[in-house]
Design a protein around this ligand. Structure first.
Ligand code: FAD
Length: 562
């Protein structure tokens, strides 16, 4: 099996050097899903591409979503047929290029009366036909008894019946990192912890940017014919660097999620709940935890790690308490949480949940192309549109376009070569490598897709690689090495929060393995003992802070959910 190129601290250092020396066709600012998707699309079209991220890849909104690849059902209610078709198409395409990152799941929508039942039934029927949903994945309406036998945790007093439809579950941060890896494997020059601090102009035209190396220190200038601003919630900050005349256009809304132990809310599938203000929110089981999400409130405050207020958490707990027949859920049951900011375009007079999620492109006076809005689900289509604009700009500059190297809709992502049936792929590996425990084979493929096959093979040949980091942890030592050597993990937080995702899915947030992982990362990255301790301490503080709900960080009037 061919070994993919290294993507490590050493690659990062080399890349920063290349960035300072070579001119690029395209510089992408921001390593969230928007930037990562654009970088991959652009290298597939043969362009010379650079991508810089001020902290870690996916550290912004793209690791803080609900992790659903929506088929566009919600756009049907808004009458936006084009968006329904686009979301449905993109869901199909992601299932083709990265099946392990678009796992089909059932969503159950409980209904409390006959008229609701008729409306949902009509909506799901229309959606299935419009979105060309596969026959075996079409929606179903359930009567009261079937609903309660399928989901006995529901409060029975309120149930009339339910709708059952398909969505796909993804892992947002891993979707970003696999796009970054795919782009890098095709020659994109990428660096995390590399922040754009100013834009470079010549004769009123944008020609690149100044980058600060947030790890080694020092500044460097990157030259590029076209610059794309994919900075998510920070998009306006970059736009304002372009000139005094630019005004802020974004309207940030915050969404939070809570994780609870599965034992406290043992739901068998994803359940759509009605919040007090009639918004739909979800309860989604994921291994040993269940997560609740999300809110949608106006936000002003820091963009990194937006704080979660007690009001935010209460809103979701109330929705769960009114939906499920379990012992009352309270703050003490919350074992984890995350908050993200939607970088939406401001629309006068609209409430947070009414603002369009459609992506929009803005072009600044010196030529900066900025993205706003959008969804994880439609990132590839958005990238196609933006790179289309980039190639037009290059042609206008007199450049001859290079030959295309592949199609983003059909070329597998990094890890995306399992074939459609991920479970069958897992089964084959279990048979092929019986010396590796079945639960490890499952974990490697579910998290790393087809890249996990190489890890399983290595474990079969060297059982030391299958050693766990900590007695009761599923995490293996080989994953730490993989993230450092092939996924540019530079800090303990990068690994626990965005590569392995223990921060979210481990009931202990990965704290029980933090010291062990930090030592192993330190061995690979040359950290001394005090750096190892500092990494563990910073991680502990982060886990503590995210669960210390503030009483309210913004004026009460702005905390209008809905
Ligand atoms: C609560 C919530 C739930 C959601 N759920 C879903 C869902 O289930 N399904 C779905 O399809 N969509 C969902 N979305 C929407 C989706 O998550 C976002 O549309 C998407 O993640 C935005 O990605 P982005 O790359 O534009 O922004 P980000 O992920 O924020 O990326 C921008 C990056 O730019 C970097 N950056 C900023 N300034 C600089 C600089 N000066 N130099 C270098 N880098 C810089 C930042 O550090 C950041 O990493 C959800 C959003 C939220 C908030």
């Amino acid at each position: 099996m061919a070994r993919p190129p290294e993507l490590s601290a050493r690659t990062r250092a080399k890349n920063l050097d290349v960035l300072s020396r070579e001119p690029f066709d395209l510089l992408v600012i921001g390593g969230g899903i928007t930037g990562a998707g654009i970088a991959r699309e652009a290298v597939l079209r043969g362009l010379q591409v650079a991508l810089v991220e001020r902290r870690d890849f996916a550290c912004g909104t793209s690791s803080r979503s609900s992790k659903l690849i929506h088929g566009g059902l919600r756009y049907l209610a808004q009458g936006d047929v084009a968006l329904v078709m686009e979301a449905a198409n993109e869901r199909r395409s992601l299932r083709r290029i990265a099946p392990h990152l678009a796992r089909p799941i059932h969503m159950l929508v409980p209904v409390h009366g006959r008229s609701g039942y008729v409306t949902i039934s009509a909506g799901l029927f229309t959606y299935d036909r419009m979105a060309r949903v596969l026959k075996e994945e079409r929606n179903r309406m359930l009567g009261r008894d079937e609903t309660l036998s399928l989901e006995p945790t529901l409060r029975s007093d309120r149930i009339y019946g339910a709708g059952l439809y398909y969505e796909c579950l993804t892992d947002d941060a891993r979707l970003v990192i696999e796009n970054i890896k795919a782009a890098a494997a095709l020659g994109a020059v990428v660096a995390n912890y590399a922040a754009v601090t100013s834009l470079l102009e010549e004769g009123g035209k944008l020609v690149g940017a100044t980058i600060r190396d947030e790890i080694g220190g020092g500044d460097l200038a990157v030259r590029a014919k076209v610059v794309v601003n994919a900075a998510g919630p920070w998009v306006d900050d970059l736009r304002l660097m372009e000139g005094e005349g630019e005004k802020r256009r974004l309207h940030l809304t915050k969404g939070i999620h809570l994780t609870l132990p599965f034992d406290r809310l043992p739901v068998g599938r994803c359940v759509v709940m009605n919040a007090a203000d009639k918004r739909s929110v979800f309860a989604i089981p994921r291994g040993k935890v269940v997560y609740l999400g999300t809110t949608d409130t106006d936000y002003e405050g820091r963009y990194d790690d937006p704080p979660i207020t007690a009001d935010d958490a209460q809103y979701l707990l109330d929705a769960a308490n009114s939906t499920f027949d379990v012992e009352r859920l309270g703050f003490d049951d919350v074992i984890g949480a995350w908050a993200g900011l939607r970088p939406l375009l401001h629309q006068e007079g609209k409430k947070p949940s009414e603002i369009s999620r459609k992506d929009e492109v803005m072009v600044g006076p010196t030529g900066l192309i900025s993205m706003a809005g959008g969804k994880l689900t439609t990132y590839r289509k958005m990238a196609e549109r933006v790179v289309g604009m980039v190639t037009e700009r290059l042609q206008a500059l007199g450049e001859t376009l290079p030959e295309k190297r592949g199609d983003s809709e059909t070329t597998p992502l990094s890890g995306g070569e399992t074939g459609d049936d991920v479970d069958a792929f897992i089964q084959r590996l279990k048979v092929r490598w019986p010396r590796v425990s079945a639960d490890l084979v499952e974990r490697m493929i579910q998290v790393y897709g087809s890249n996990g096959e190489r890890m399983v093979e290595a474990m079969a040949n060297d059982p030391q690689l299958a050693r766990r980091c900590g007695a009761d942890s599923a995490l293996t030592v080989s994953e730490v090495a993989y993230a450092v050597r092939e996924e540019m993990a530079m800090t303990l937080n990068d690994f626990l929060e965005r590569r392995s995702r223990l921060f979210l899915w481990d009931p202990n947030n990965g704290l029980n393995v933090a010291a062990d992982v930090a030592r192993r990362m330190g061995n690979l990255l040359g950290w001394d003992a005090s750096r190892v301790d500092a990494e563990v301490e910073a991680y502990r503080k982060h886990v503590h802070d995210v669960k210390s709900f503030a009483t309210s960080s913004i004026p009460e009037a702005r905390v209008a959910h809905g």
